[in-house]
Write a protein that binds this ligand. Structure first.
Ligand SMILES: Nc1ncnc2c1ncn2[C@@H]1O[C@H](COP(=O)(O)OP(=O)(O)OP(=O)(O)O)[C@@H](O)[C@H]1O
Ligand SMILES: [Mg+2]
Length: 225
């Protein structure tokens, strides 16, 4: 059951622990996220939100427990299949992780280049996604010349450009004003409406309350509700 599992779930965690030395970042986390679910992971700073997301795309390994993503048991995945796993995800990192020596266009195009798309398709797609996040005017800029909120919007564009099955967003509105936050949230919601699974880590309880989506509460490494 642990290998294939219930096909309605895209992410399952079973009794997952993550320790960094003596620090327990995640304690006995068990959860189930369905295909095409929109879920928030909420909790105060240090609760383990980023840690939880990281374990899903093998940005780090669990200390104990098991994780199944789209039927793949992460503890048994051969190294050469990790890129295949990662392509299921569009990830908005808390610190953006844009490449500072590449332009906005190049940062986003990279995602599409690994899967053999034509130049023409890539240009069209990158421009269109930048337009939706209001960043088309900065297509040739380098990330260090952008404000925090602008970098965040580019990071959102990069996460969605490949039409991933699952969008993992770590504080995607952390650096945005209320209006821009709303635009980004609506944008992510469109992917949900088209069938993607969206997982957002945040401490923005206002956003969570307003949107009436499911919520997983984390506190000091434990799922509390
Ligand atoms: N690489 C690491 N080495 C040591 N400790 C770590 C590491 N990564 C995370 N931690 C610790 O694990 C705990 C959970 O961290 P995590 O980054 O998951 O919290 P978070 O909920 O994302 O917080 P924030 O809202 O501030 O982003 C924290 O106490 C953090 O200091
Ligand atoms: Mg975090």
């Amino acid at each position: 059951m642990i290998d294939g599992g219930d096909n309605s779930s895209i992410i399952r965690m079973f009794h997952v622990h993550k320790h960094y030395g003596s620090k327990k970042a995640l304690i006995n986390a068990t959860l189930d996220i369905h295909r095409n679910e929109f879920v928030f992971i909420c909790g105060p700073s240090g609760a383990g939100k980023t840690t939880l997301l990281k374990l899903l795309y093998l940005g780090d390994k669990v200390s104990a427990g098991q994780i199944i993503v789209d039927g793949i048991n992460l503890s048994r995945i051969p190294r050469k299949r990790i890129p295949f796993l990662r392509r299921k995800f569009g990830i908005i990192f808390q610190d953006y992780k844009l490449i500072s020596t590449k332009t906005v266009f190049e940062n986003i195009a990279l995602v599409l280049e690994v899967t053999r798309n034509t130049r023409r398709f890539i240009e069209k797609k990158v421009k269109s996604v930048l337009r939706t996040v209001g960043m088309e005017g900065r297509i040739n800029a380098y990330p260090p010349s952008l404000s925090g909120g602008e970098q965040q919007r580019v990071a959102v564009a990069r996460a969605v450009v490949g039409d991933p099955k699952v969008i993992l967003a770590d504080e995607p509105t952390g650096n945005l004003d209320a209006e821009s936050s709303h635009i980004i949230f609506d944008f992510l919601n469109q992917f949900y409406n088209r069938g993607a699974t969206v997982v957002i880590a945040t401490h923005d309880l206002n956003l969570v309350r307003k949107t009436k989506k499911s919520v997983i509460h984390l506190n000091q490494g434990q799922i509390v509700a």
